[in-house]
Design a binder for this molecule. Structure first.
Ligand SMILES: Cc1cc2nc3c(=O)[nH]c(=O)nc-3n(C[C@H](O)[C@H](O)[C@H](O)COP(=O)(O)OP(=O)(O)OC[C@H]3O[C@@H](n4cnc5c(N)ncnc54)[C@H](O)[C@@H]3O)c2cc1C
Length: 533
């Protein structure tokens, strides 16, 4: 049984059944989800008019077509009733918008670029929110080459940051994800995402936030003026607050100070293949390599969903791993020799790749894509792979339109110890559950260091086929439930799993409720996001 806060319960009662019924009198018995744009509450109409005054008419869309478009999502989640889409252009507008939301009691769901694919895209957890699209706030405010950090606004994409560094600071490298080049740095960080080189949580040096009260604030030493080497010491004094705004609905982040990687003299990519039988031993070997300092960058290990599908389950599937090793040429030579020896002894077949291998004419596109992301260049290759995973689908000219296509994608993200036996049990449970639903999962197990690995279980399906869509949905629900019951926990969940998550004893929900009541007293920021409704 999970802990529920008194605060969360009283809000739910105010809203009525399922948290979707609006509390305002005179609105009859229709749920918020059933209302059309033309049937907005008086408070919603007032809020939209006031938001137009703040941000300008072109920054507020509330026509049926625009609202339907933002609700459409690749995961086939139920569309939410959205009040409006707001596109402010600076932090002052954000603060004014939040104050209006508070006064009119119309909730906001902020996002940076809205590519939270597999987990809900731009969808809020509950109906009746206005979406706060921060993509127009897209300034790289500052890069400090000596301090190795960038101050970026929510709309700054990973491609924009990579291009900026390549043009102005070639000695610095961005930690990029496998998502769209046009996905954001800040949104990824606030979902506690992971780049190919390291976990985003390690990169936060400070946040600029508008709280749910409408108050602007900055975390750590950034709260004040006159500090020498301001962003060199991320902890500040007193409680460290950055973590409060990651996976929460406590504030709207209007800028983040993010750590950048130094470009090293030498980088090699270690790519290794292994059978599923060798996976536990290879995971244990990776742990040893982290413990003795040979590896310092995240290791990604993927199954090959298509090989498995072609083999009809009758052959042993092949897995592929990749990790970057960088430093001076001497350091890299030593690390590569150790990693190669250790992985080979564990049953993997490693190859060591340099830039020329990735850039050579006719190079394996998988190698090129892995090289790009490990060296700070975002790529569309992984997105392309997603489209190719659903038979009969083509990658559109603009792959970012995923939510508007019939390619279906759901993700389940358990966390586990870097321990061979645990990983074998995790993979076996995932494969068994998926097989029962007629699904073939694309699985990644990504050790971030010696202690924990993040797994990503992707389910791809054809949204034109209702039976496949239903199977994928049921499979995703079963995966979460069974993994939870087997003692696995999740590091990230989708909007339709939030309710189950907050019913499980996986976080101090009561305390989170107290924080929510203090920083967002009217519950107007992303209600239900990693918090009880
Ligand atoms: C092929 C493919 C590969 C992928 N690879 C990766 C990967 O390697 N690593 C990874 O982590 N993910 C990956 N993803 C998942 C996802 O696409 C990324 O995490 C992506 O960065 C999230 O989208 P976004 O940057 O637009 O964030 P958004 O959707 O803008 O934000 C995510 C959430 O954070 C909150 N939020 C965002 N901005 C703010 C703000 N300013 N203030 C308050 N709250 C905010 C909101 O709740 C929002 O829903 C992948 C997806 C696909 C399809």
């Amino acid at each position: 049984m999970g802990q529920h806060s008194g605060e969360g319960e009283s809000r739910e009662n105010e809203r009525g059944e399922g948290g979707t019924r609006h509390g305002e009198s005179g609105e009859g018995e229709r749920t918020a989800g059933e209302r059309t744009a033309a049937e907005r509450t008086a408070a919603e109409r007032r809020a939209v008019a006031r938001w137009r005054d703040i941000a300008g008419a072109d920054a507020v869309a509330d026509d049926e077509a625009a609202l339907a478009a933002v609700s459409r999502n690749t995961s086939a989640f139920r569309p939410r009733r959205v009040v409006a889409v707001l596109r402010p252009s600076d932090a002052a507008q954000v603060a004014a918008i939040v104050r209006v939301a508070r006064e009119e009691k119309v909730p906001l769901h902020p996002y940076s670029t809205g590519f939270n694919w597999g987990l809900g895209s731009r969808l809020p957890v509950r109906d009746g929110c206005a979406l706060l699209d921060l993509s127009r706030m897209d300034r790289v405010r500052e890069v400090d080459p000596a301090g190795r950090y960038a101050i970026v606004e929510p709309g700054v994409t990973q491609l924009q940051l990579a291009d900026h560094l390549a043009a102005h600071h070639p000695d610095l490298v961005a930690n990029v994800t496998g998502s769209s080049p046009h996905s954001s740095v800040v949104g990824n960080l606030l979902e506690r995402g992971t780049g190919f080189r390291r976990h985003r949580a390690e990169e936060v040096r400070g946040l600029e936030v508008v709280l749910g009260t409408g108050q602007p604030m900055r975390t750590g030493l950034w709260a004040g003026e006159g500090s020498r080497q301001l962003h060199h010491y991320p902890y500040g004094v007193g409680p460290r607050l950055d973590g409060l705004f990651v996976q929460s609905g406590l504030g709207v982040v209007t800028a983040a100070v993010v750590d950048l990687l130094p470009r090293q003299e030498c980088l090699r990519l270690l790519v290794f293949t292994l059978s599923e039988a060798a996976l536990p031993g290879v995971v244990d070997a990776v742990r040893e390599l982290f413990l003795r300092g040979t590896l310092r960058s995240i290791v990604h290990v993927f199954n090959d969903k298509r090989v498995l599908a072609m083999a009809g389950g009758g052959r042993v599937p092949t897995w592929t791993g990749a990790v970057a090793v960088d430093g001076t040429a001497e350091q890299v030579a030593l690390a590569v020799a150790d990693a190669r020896r250790t992985l080979t002894a564990a049953g993997a077949s490693p190859r060591v790749l340099a830039e020329a291998d990735a850039a050579a004419p006719g190079a394996d596109p998988v190698v090129t894509a892995l090289w790009d992301v490990h060296t700070g260049r975002p790529t569309t290759a992984f997105l392309h792979g997603l489209y190719q995973s659903v038979p009969g689908k083509e990658t559109p000219a603009d792959p970012d339109v995923l939510d508007g296509t019939s390619v279906g994608y759901l993700a389940c993200m358990p966390v586990a110890a870097v321990d061979g036996r645990t990983v074998a049990e995790l993979v076996a449970l995932v494969e068994k559950t998926c097989a029962e639903h007629g699904m073939v999962p694309a699985i990644a197990v990504n050790p971030t260091g010696p202690d924990y690995l993040e797994s990503v279980v992707n389910l791809y399906f054809d949204r034109d086929d209702p039976a496949q869509e239903e199977a994928a949905r049921a499979c995703n629900t079963a995966l979460h439930r069974r993994l939870y019951e087997d003692g696995f926990r999740f590091y990230r969940v989708g909007v339709e799993t939030m309710e189950a998550l907050t019913g499980w004893d996986t976080a101090p929900w009561e305390t989170i409720g107290l924080l929510k009541a203090a920083l967002d007293p009217d519950g107007i920021l992303s209600p239900g996001r990693y918090a009880p409704l």
